[in-house]
Design a protein around this ligand. Structure first.
Ligand code: DC
Length: 255
């Protein structure tokens, strides 16, 4: 990999972001940052501290004090909250719901976005998955994907996943929960879930994970070779001006 790539993957829950983000990071040798896990960790910390989730200032203080570490390879990512491995605990239903609530608090977002930028600006390229990566956290990301799927399909995937765990959820309840969370994530005032203008949108409803993965990988490869061609053109052309270079960059952003 020639340069430090920043790849943003946004979209609603159940669209396949984390599975595909992990695979992409592994295939390209990049760091993988699950930003949803960070909101979940703040939610868990707030619940454990007995803080009212409606008390914005108290939750924001919990966020500022929390030590949240994402460790390990993309496939075996562990989440540590104040030194404790909470990887399994943050996946519970209650924490998921609480994460959706605390992620609407501006001061919580400000704190986590600051940390995400720091993590993403290290020496290695990164894949970040979330809701606001391409729009807010890294608006200049090299490649932005927006993954989506029909709510029924996203609910089916989550339902299948939940069924393999201990309890037996109902499909209707899962679908209602997905719809409620989508609604909250897409209508909050601060950084609502939305598609960046220059994102590659993939509706995964009718595709397998493998098919979507191949499509994403191909998009990354194309962008990389385009970037290499552009820089070779600029170096080769003695008459190339900044204006022309600016034009190339804009063309690339729009593609
Ligand atoms: O992707 P997830 O289900 O683990 O995310 C948990 C919650 O955090 C979800 O309600 C959306 C929110 N979130 C967010 O607002 N911004 C992000 N970058 C990532 C997640």
């Amino acid at each position: 990999m020639s340069k430090r790539l920043i790849i943003a993957i946004d979209g609603p829950s159940g669209a396949g972001k984390s599975t595909l983000g992990r695979r992409l990071a592994r295939a390209l040798g990049l760091l993988y940052i699950d930003t949803g896990a960070m909101y979940r960790a703040v939610a868990l910390a707030a619940l454990a501290a007995g803080v009212e989730l409606t008390d914005d200032e108290a939750v924001a203080e919990v966020a500022r004090r929390a030590s949240i570490k994402l460790e390990g390879d993309p496939d075996s990512l562990r989440v540590r909250l104040d030194g404790r491995d909470v990887s399994a605990e943050i996946r519970g239903e209650e924490v998921g719901r609480a994460a959706s609530v605390v992620s609407a608090i501006s001061d919580v977002r400000r704190e986590l976005v600051r940390r995400q930028r720091e993590m993403g600006e290290g020496d290695v390229g990164v894949v970040l998955d979330g809701r606001d990566i391409g729009t807010v956290v890294f608006p200049n990301a090299d490649i932005k994907f927006f993954l989506t799927a029909r709510p029924e399909e996203r609910a089916r995937r989550r339902f299948d996943e939940e069924r393999t765990k201990a309890h037996e959820p109902s499909f209707d309840a899962t679908l209602a929960d997905i719809n409620e969370r989508d609604q909250r994530d897409a209508t909050r005032d601060d950084s609502p879930l939305k598609i960046a203008d220059d994102a590659v949108v993939i509706d995964t409803t009718e595709f397998t994970i493998d098919e979507v993965f191949q499509l994403m990988l191909q998009t990354v490869r194309e962008r990389e070779s385009q970037a290499t061609d552009d820089s070779t053109d600029l170096n080769d052309s003695p008459n190339s001006s900044n204006d022309e270079a600016g034009g190339d960059a804009n063309d690339r952003d729009d593609s």
